[in-house]
Every structure is written in C-alpha cells, then in structure tokens.
Design a protein around this ligand. Structure first.
Ligand code: UD1
Length: 373
C-alpha cells in the first residue's frame, strides 16, 4: 500500500529570501518520489518584491505558492502576529495535514512552527540546531523557539548536533541531513557559470569583491552604516566592489543620506538585489566576498571562495573551522586586516563538509515520509 493513502497533505512554509533556496530542493526531491502525499506550498509574504521573492521561484523552478498569506513587512510583533493569524486560519480549513515543514530562522519559520505545534501537528525544522549565542539577533530567538517545540530537528552543521544535545533534546527528534542550501548551489552552478555575470559588468574573474550587507546591527544605525560606506570606498581603491543592496539597507542609506557617498566611487557597482543565478555567478568568480549573511558563509565555503563576515559571531562555525570563512567581528580594523590577507593571497583553502553534497533534500524527504506515514 502506498504511504499517506489516508493523509491529504504536507505543508511547506517559505516566507523570506533565504527560505526559497532551502525549500526548492526539498520540493524537487518530493516530486521525484512515488507517493500519494500532496504538497502544499505556503508563502507567508514576508518578502514580496519581485527581486526578493518571485525571481527565486522562477530561477529555482519552485511551483507557484498554493497559498499566499501576503503578510508584508512590519515590526517583529506585527509581522509574526500576522503570519500566525493567517497561517492558523489557513490550517483550520485545510484538508487533513500530516505535518508542517519549516526552514531556516526567519520570523515565518518561528511563527508557523508555533501555529502548527499548537494545532497538534508534527513540525519538522530544516536547518535546526544552529546557535550564534547572540540573543540580540532576531534569528537566534527564532531558532531557539522553533527548536524547542518542533518535533523533528533536521540538522545541517555538526555544531547543531552538539547544541541540541547540550540543550537536552531527545536524540530521536534529531537527524543529520546535511545542507539543503548547498543542493541549490549544486543544481544551478553550471547555469551560473554560463551566465558570466562578472564579465557582463566588465570585471575579470577573481578581480573583484562581492559585498552584501543587511543585518540590523550593520545597517540600522547611522554611525555604523557611515563607517561601512567609508570601509567600502577604501576597499574599492584596491579592488572593484559589486554591491547588490538589500531593501532594508537601501532604505537606511536613503534615510541617513549616505547613498551619494556610496555611489560616488567609480569602482563601486551598486545595484538592487540580484537573482539567485546572478549572485551565484558573482560569488563563484569573486576574489573575496564580504557579507553579514548566514547563507553566504555556507555558499562561499562550498565554492572555496574566501569570505570575511562582518558580524560578532556565527551560528555556522564549520564555515570557519573547515571552510573559507573568517569572522571579523564588528571592528573594521580587524576586517581591513582580513581583507588585506586575502588580497595578498593568504587565506584558508577550505575542505569538503559531510552532507554538503547536493543530496540533502532527498534525505529530508526520506525522514519526513518515514516519520509521517
Ligand atoms: C529577513 C530575516 C533575515 C534574513 C533576511 C534576508 C527575520 C527576522 N529576518 O530580514 O533573517 O537574513 O530576511 O533577506 O525574519 N523589504 C522590501 N521588500 C521585501 C522585503 C522587505 O522592501 O520584499 C524592506 C521593508 O522595508 C522591510 C525591510 O526590507 O521593512 C526589512 O525586511 P524584513 O523582512 O523585516 O527583514 P529582513 O531585514 O529582510
């Protein structure tokens, strides 16, 4: 008998940009299986611009969302509340649901976990166990809450296993599945290579730095953002800088009157956010990446491209111990030193990491079909 004969659907949640490259390989893996389970994709609408959302659906071949909650932006309380309210309304009238799958650490992840668990549904968290130990990061709170109540914790980084064990999580709730975000890199690398985004900008391979910045710690305070604009201008004296600008950062640059200063430098290529294939192409051939992103630390480690992370901590320590990532903290002098080393050819080569192999989505599907059938 086929599994799920008596069960109608599994709900997959995605809401913000970094969720899309994680949900794509899971859905692709599920669609390759012979199962009667129906998958329902819920987009919360936390990110809604074409460049922050739709383009990723197009480029990653994700089906159009079955349900769109259209919550939009807001304060944490307002946004989380809207997601919970609308997701609960959806689940209350939905066909019988076998479980809910959430990914990552954004507000949508935590909000939908709370709703699913309170409605008595099993919830699986993909990318569980990561901890930065910095409670000033909204994502850290989302991770702790999500992992404390989700049923199945699917881990991508060996540190996640240690963290969950230390928190006393029962081993039967935990599985090491590897990194679904790397599945998307593996699937799209050839296309990214063929695109040659750097050449299209008149840049040579390994002849530029790619920069992304969007964390509140870096962009929400005028003094800090001003220092970062100065830092990037200095960097551009040494090497061309490609800087696709996140909407949060763009808003702050405008609000603080810093945009002209940033764009004045002829070697800073500022642009709106880029699509997945474009950013992957730029990452692959960069000499150096400077970022405060979570996922980029992993992607650069997989691609063996040096990454300098402008944050006080990382929840992805394997990218530092085995990968190409350097945590520069918040002191820009430390970052200058790290950048200087890379430009002088001194950086860690990095190595392969277990389960970062392009097959994590398959392992996620193995676990959820086994658990919920
Ligand atoms: C969110 C995630 C963060 C993730 C990041 C990736 C949380 C707590 N944070 O942060 O973990 O790394 O996404 O992008 O969930 N905006 C637009 N268009 C959009 C989306 C946002 O213009 O499509 C603007 C809005 O002005 C909004 C601001 O960007 O207020 C910030 O968006 P928000 O979703 O609140 O947080 P992010 O900073 O994007």
């Amino acid at each position: 008998m086929l599994p799920f004969a008596a069960v109608s659907q599994i709900v997959f949640v995605a809401g913000a940009r970094p969720n899309f490259m994680k949900i794509a390989p899971i859905l692709h893996a599920l669609h390759g299986r012979e199962t009667e389970v129906r998958d329902v994709l819920v987009h919360t609408g936390q990110h809604y611009d074409h460049g922050m959302s739709e383009i990723f659906f197009e480029q990653l071949g994700i089906k159009a969302p079955d349900v769109h909650l259209e919550v939009g932006s807001g304060t944490h309380g307002a946004q989380t509340g809207r997601i919970m309210h609308t997701f609960e309304e959806y689940l209350m009238q939905a066909p019988r649901t076998a479980g809910v799958v959430v990914v990552g650490d954004v507000n949508s992840t935590m909000a939908c976990t709370l709703v699913g668990v309170k409605m008595g549904l099993p919830v699986a968290h993909v990318e569980a166990g990561l901890r930065s130990f910095d409670r000033a990061m909204p994502e850290e709170i989302n991770r702790i809450v999500t992992d404390s109540i989700a049923d199945l914790l699917l881990v991508s980084d060996p540190a996640g296993l240690e963290n969950l064990a230390r928190e006393g999580v029962a081993p039967e709730r935990i599985r090491y599945v590897g990194n679904v975000m790397i599945d998307s890199v593996v699937a799209r690398l050839e296309e990214a290579d063929a695109l040659g985004q750097a050449e299209a900008l008149g840049l040579s391979k390994r002849g530029y730095a790619l920069v992304t910045l969007h964390r509140p710690q870096n962009v929400d305070h005028e003094d800090r953002l001003r220092s970062l604009v100065g830092f990037l201008s200095e960097l551009a004296d040494d090497v061309p800088v490609v800087f696709p600008i996140h909407p949060r950062t763009a808003n702050k640059l405008d609000a603080f009157g810093l945009r002209d200063e940033l764009e004045r430098h002829p070697r800073i290529h500022a642009s709106p956010p880029l699509g997945y294939i474009e950013i992957l192409s730029l990452m692959k051939t960069a000499q150096l990446v400077i970022s405060d992103s979570g996922g980029i630390q992993e992607e650069t480690t997989f691609l063996r491209v040096p990454c300098v992370t402008l944050r006080p901590s990382t929840e992805r320590p394997i990218t530092v111990s085995q990968g190409t990532n350097t945590i520069a903290g918040m002191d820009l002098d430390v970052a200058r030193g790290a950048v200087k080393d890379v430009l002088a050819g001194k950086y860690k080569p990095g190595r392969d990491i277990e389960g970062w192999d392009g097959k994590a989505g398959e392992r996620v599907v193995d676990v959820i079909l086994e658990a919920w059938s």
